[in-house]
Write a protein that binds this ligand. Sequence first.
Ligand SMILES: [Zn+2]
Length: 288
Amino acid sequence: MRYRVASLSMCALASLSVPPATASECHHHETALGVSRVLHVDTTDGPLFGTLQYEQTLDLEPKEVVLTFDDGPHPYTTGRVLEALRKECVKATFFPVGNMAEQYSQVLQEVSADGHTIGAHTWSHRNMRRLSKARATQQIERGFRAVDEAADIQIAPFFRFPGLKDSKAMIAHAARQNYAVFSTDVTSDDWRGIGPRTIIRRTMTRLRRQNGGIVLFHDTKRATATALPGLLKALKKDGYRIVHIVPHQTYDALRDVPTTGVPEAATVADLKDPSHTGTDDARAPIKR
Ligand SMILES: [Zn+2]
């Protein structure tokens, strides 16, 4: 959602735009997992987070976990994911696809109403390594604009590449735009068509190995929605703590700063792009 206000008030607005989420909000749920702390993320110069692909990750303590959900909003599954998170008083970060956000804006507004952080995941989930620099830039920028229009909170300048398929050119673009790029520390494999119990088992095994970290799910997957209540219980039982990440500056606040090299509008071909499949393929991440 756009707040067209003078830039002078942007700082104040930014501080109001992301509601703080603490475990204290959920004191009436004594048995809930809750949020142990809020981590403010500085997106200046486009930091890269997630040890699956990059050298560094978020500044997390052992056994701290950040839950992330890609590819939504979805009319059948996102609501179930939200319900599971709500029952455990947990806040997550969502990376919606632009054309999904446009089509299912009401679902996205349920995400924001629950106080989750919202980033972006391109306009139509194309493989960025196969696009020209101009087309890839348009995918990123149009994705952010569409999510921003559809959400009723100010979104975060948090970006995730479709299928985690990054490129040097688009990492450089993110750096110029001050978008944080999120890979992951732990994959749930929920895009591989596995069942809920396998999702829980693999996620917990990998979390134990990594001692916490960012976890990647898809709120478009029925198995994920089904797995989530059990997964959250398992996290609590094993002593993991949930960290809610929020940006230092919102996407809208950053947009008030002039940038260079960003095409104004998508091409006709991009506008008609039907290629979103709603699946991620993280099998071949770049190692660096
Ligand atoms: Zn995706």
